[in-house]
Design a protein around this ligand. Structure first.
Ligand code: HEM
Length: 225
């Protein structure tokens, strides 16, 4: 068997970078924003969803395999692409080129946001050993505190808007580069559909922030030890 060339490995890594942005990371983002938005229905549906997640068997293994490893790979490759990609000012005209620049910028912003977000939610949860039914009151307390301040609201608004833009614009790029949207008409229609997906996710994320801010309800553990 012939060993793959350097170019072939490079091409494969770029394809894997593109794919991981959709599956599993994009899928996770859509689920995460939808689950968080349960908070707008009430504190208990949100608590039940956190209970369900935190009582999954092998939760940490699932998270490391399907969230953290793909996220780390996608981020490292993203920074590699930003540092090595040739400028494409002459290839595309203004709107596409501006969106491409924003794609890179939003990726970097999401990375910084995630360091903050995970460092203030998952990390203290693991550090304090808040597992199973103890996770929800602990995390909801943190979220209530976060959205009480304008700084918390600002950080989360920037995080949500950057993530939903990065995902929906990335979805368009994915469909074009994988040959799903072929031709100008399909690409224009695709851009409209994905912009609507992005706006819907942004709306859900911002509504969640607003609900936490206006109605910070503390909760007790559903089942106590
Ligand atoms: C309204 C906005 C958001 C809220 C209220 C929120 C809330 C939370 C909470 C409570 C957790 C801890 C879950 C647990 O350990 O059981 C979490 C984890 C996480 N969040 Fe968010 N989040 C928001 C936005 C975002 C955004 C925009 C992203 C993506 C950029 C994101 C990515 C993540 C990731 C990757 C995890 C770790 C998942 C895991 O380990 O299971 N979150 N979030």
């Amino acid at each position: 068997m012939v060993a793959p060339s350097k170019d072939e490995i490079h091409h494969l890594l770029l394809k894997l970078h593109s794919l991981t942005g959709i599956v599993p990371i994009g899928v996770f983002l859509v689920i995460h924003i939808c689950v968080n938005s349960l908070r707008t229905v009430g504190a208990w549906p949100y608590q039940l969803s956190i209970d369900a997640i935190n009582n999954l068997p092998f939760l940490l293994v699932i998270e490391i395999t399907f969230i953290y490893i793909p996220l780390l790979f996608h981020s490292v490759m993203g920074f590699y692409v930003v540092n090595h990609a040739k400028t494409n000012v002459h290839r595309y005209r203004y709107p596409r080129n501006a969106l491409y620049t924003m794609q890179r910028l939003s990726g970097a912003v999401v990375f910084v946001f995630l360091v903050y977000h995970l460092g203030t939610t998952v990390a203290p949860k693991l550090w304090e050993g808040k597992h199973h039914f103890e996770a929800a009151p602990f995390l909801i307390d943190i979220m209530n505190g976060e959205f009480k301040t304008w700084q918390g609201i600002l950080i989360y608004t920037i995080g949500v808007v950057s993530a939903t833009f990065h995902f929906s614009n990335g979805l368009w790029g994915f469909c074009v580069s994988w040959g799903i949207l072929i031709g100008p008409k399909a690409q224009r229609n695709g851009a409209i559909v994905f912009a609507m997906v992005g706006l819907a996710l942004t709306f859900l994320g911002l509504a969640t922030i607003a609900e936490f801010n206006m109605n910070p309800v503390p909760v007790d553990a559903t089942v106590s030890r």
